[in-house]
Design a protein around this ligand. Structure first.
Ligand code: ATP
Length: 417
């Protein structure tokens, strides 16, 4: 397939400010006698006419120096990472990544790559994951918009194929297995047959990847618009079982994820919610293995464990007419995400109603009297205050008292008895 020029698409699909930035960057690179390119996801999405979220540039030379020059022209700032010789330029509301073209080699499976910077764009493209992500676009003024497509990425974009660049790709970096699934499902593509065979052959290399890296792949997957389609595929290919033997994602999980999408709005961290759904059928011991394998932050592990603890307590909520204070007593130790996940999963109408009652009403009930008020009313400081506040709250929850006056009367009465 002949190469095309995508200058028109760049002008059409990118905001005018970013087009202007590209022209500026192209000019600045030429002045330094360097070549500069758009690469990776931005090119793929340009060609697919999909929305572009962020742009990545590669320069044949020192990215940090170039970024500093550009940032000063833009009154922006540079965040540099010298290990990979990459820089992020931030100005107004924009952010762009610039990296030095680099080649990579892997000393053993699962290792982070040894990096050699300041190579040419061809060597930089060779190190990439899939043909559709290995297309570069010239940004310098003379060739603006011309493509470099060494691996027939355009053809694979047309055919809808995820194809890796060489047979050692997944051995070099098994996180690409997760990436293959994500792109396949997001773009509604197919992993090409030979690539699929390589994935099956090299699946065990996933075990060579650190927990942190696998966790970040899983998180990326959970950030997709519909994580359930990637997870179903990951299950089908044996990728989930590579994290934990008992981790599965079948029809029930698929349904729950889809159901969650209608209710996720109030969550600041839907990934945590999804994780809790993912582990819902594990035992406590299996969950512990899972959290250790993925090196999950303690706060996340706590929510997951709470989810299972509450799952075990749900039968207590199904009992005949528990009082409000009993419902409160069962639930108030749990953080909201654990309760919400159980609310989503439970099939018991009664349990659901009681969880909702707690979330909507009971968890907000407060006594109007404080510990200090109780002391003024003659309760001695110490554990007695806590106990009295608890029985006051209980009475409030159960609607035995409904006003400050009734609270005071309650205290006087309990002191007298
Ligand atoms: P997304 O839309 O998911 O952000 P992206 O293509 O921008 O897609 P990034 O993870 O930001 O994805 O990576 C940018 C580019 O870097 C990719 O397009 C790919 O060329 C390359 N890349 C990223 N991770 C790897 C990897 N593990 N192995 C090889 N190349 C990679």
């Amino acid at each position: 397939m002949g190469n095309i020029n995508v200058a028109d698409r760049i002008n059409k699909q990118l905001p005018a400010e970013l087009v202007k930035f590209l022209q500026l960057a192209g000019g600045a690179a030429v002045q330094r006698q360097q070549r500069i390119f758009l690469v990776g996801g931005v090119v793929r999405d340009l060609l697919l006419e999909r929305p572009i979220i962020d742009i990545d540039l590669v320069v044949e030379g020192d990215a940090i120096k170039l970024a500093e020059g550009l940032a000063s022209l833009l009154n922006g700032e540079v965040i540099a990472r010298s290990r990979f010789n990459t820089a992020k330029i931030r100005w107004e509301r924009w952010m762009v990544d610039i990296a030095s073209a680099r080649s990579e080699s892997y000393s053993f499976a699962g290792a982070l790559p040894s990096i050699q910077t300041f190579c040419d764009i061809h060597s930089d493209l060779i190190r990439r994951d899939f043909s559709i992500n290995a297309i570069a676009v010239y940004v310098d003024p003379l060739h603006f918009g011309d493509l470099i497509d060494l691996y027939d990425g355009q053809a694979d974009l047309k055919k809808g194929f995820i194809r890796c660049l060489h047979d050692q790709s997944f051995k070099d970096d098994a996180t690409r297995i997760w990436r293959a699934v994500r792109y396949e499902q997001r773009l509604n593509f197919k992993i090409e047959k030979h690539t699929l065979n390589l994935i099956e052959r090299d699946l065990h290399y996933l075990k060579t990847i650190s927990g942190d890296r696998i966790r970040s792949e899983l998180e990326l997957c959970l950030k997709e618009e519909k994580p359930q389609i990637s997870l179903r595929r990951a299950d089908e290919l044996g990728i989930l079982a590579n994290i934990h033997d008992h981790l599965i994602f079948r029809e029930k999980s698929f349904r729950l994820f889809a159901k969650a999408q209608g209710t996720l709005e109030p969550f600041s961290a839907p990934e945590e919610f999804y994780l809790a759904l993912l582990i819902y059928d594990l035992t406590t011991e299996q969950l512990t293995d899972f959290t250790v394998t993925l090196n999950l932050p303690r706060s996340v592990a706590r929510v997951l464990h709470e989810t299972l603890q509450l799952k075990d307590k749900l039968p207590d909520l199904a009992g005949k007419e528990p009082t409000n204070s009993v419902i409160y007593g069962i639930l108030h130790h749990f953080h909201q995400p654990a309760i919400l996940v159980n609310l989503l999963v439970t099939t018991s109408f009664t349990v659901k109603k009681r969880l909702e009652l707690y979330l909507e009403k009971l968890q907000h009930v407060r006594t109007t009297l404080s510990g200090e008020d109780l002391q003024e009313l003659g309760i001695t400081a110490g554990p007695r205050i806590k106990e009295t506040l608890e029985s006051l709250l209980e009475a409030r929850l159960d609607n035995r008292i409904n006003s400050r006056e009734e609270e005071i009367a309650f205290i006087k009465q309990s002191k007298a008895s």
